[in-house]
Design a protein around this ligand. Structure first.
Ligand code: SAM
Length: 277
């Protein structure tokens, strides 16, 4: 048996699977969990790879430890999306964080991961974590709270994720961020046409709103092309000039991907990517 994801109309990504563990048509998307020979367990939304046991650490370490090393005063964090809990798991390693609010539109994703994809869910029952099951676009519009860090751990801009790539969404994120605020977003990829268009659209909007708007990269073999990007936007901090060291390691944690050199090097982009941006 094979799981197949069409990366483009002419390129498929296939994973040989042992078992199709769970399947649910939620009010928002098709949710499936598989067990495989080489990636361990993985889950998909609308047939797209979301996270797998073999390489989820890359995405979640790069998403969280990069901003957390820039501003050691981060106390209140908002995670938009992130239904598998991987971003929250990494955030809970920082004892100085006081509140973590996760706004996930689809409760079924959280419940399915808690049952069938446990690796990323270990931080969800931390006393500092509050789960809100609603649309992140509406949440940032109406909340009166102020955050030091916003993590947009979203699906691609199709279906429920579309709203999380709009000017309106980014303007509200900017509004609810503190003066030292940092916004990190899942920023698609420069390689295939579809993701490249989304990358450019998101970056145009973000850099028109934030004083500092950078892009950094990681190698995530199971996302289309493997060349994946993150957005780093801030009102004050520069992601490399204000980098003084990897804070997570000072706390005594080991990481499997993120390190001092990677933090700086990940912001060095290939020429073709810089031109596209
Ligand atoms: N790492 C994955 C990737 O890069 O595609 C994404 C991780 S996580 C599974 C993405 C989450 O965003 C999903 O659980 C999905 O339900 C959630 N989501 C999509 N649109 C949303 C919205 N408008 N508000 C809140 N959560 C949303």
């Amino acid at each position: 048996m094979w799981f197949t994801e069409a990366w483009t109309p002419n390129i498929n990504f296939q994973v040989r699977i042992k078992e199709h563990i769970y399947s649910e048509k939620t009010p928002f998307q098709q949710l499936d969990v598989y067990d495989s020979y080489e990636l361990g367990r993985f889950f998909t939304l609308d047939g797209i790879m979301m996270a797998n046991e073999k390489d989820e650490f890359i995405y979640h370490e790069m998403m969280i430890h990069t901003p957390m090393s820039i501003n050691p005063q981060i106390k209140n964090v908002l995670v938009i999306g992130g239904g598998d809990g991987g971003s929250v798991r990494e955030l809970t390693k920082y004892s100085h964080i006081e509140t973590i609010e996760m706004v996930e539109i689809d409760e079924a994703v959280v419940r399915a991961c808690q049952k069938h994809f446990k690796i990323t869910t270990t931080g969800l029952d931390d006393s500092r974590v509050t789960l809100h099951f609603e649309d992140g676009l509406n949440y940032v519009k109406k909340t009166k709270k102020v955050y030091d860090l916003i993590i947009v751990d979203s699906t691609d801009p199709i279906g429920p994720g579309e709203g999380l790539f709009t000017q309106d969404f980014y303007l509200n994120c900017e509004r609810i961020l503190s003066d030292n605020g940092i916004l990190i977003n899942q920023h698609e990829s420069p390689y295939f046409e579809k993701e490249k268009m989304e990358m450019k659209r998101a970056h145009q909007k973000i850099k028109s709103i934030f004083k500092i708007a950078s892009v950094y990269q990681a190698f995530i073999p199971t996302y289309p092309s493997g060349h994946w990007l993150f957005g780093f936007a801030s009102k004050r901090y520069h992601p490399t000039r204000d980098f003084k060291g990897t804070y997570i390691h000072q706390l005594g944690y080991k990481t499997k991907y993120y390190n001092e050199e990677i933090h700086v090097a990940s912001f060095a982009l290939p020429n073709y990517v810089k031109e596209e941006l």
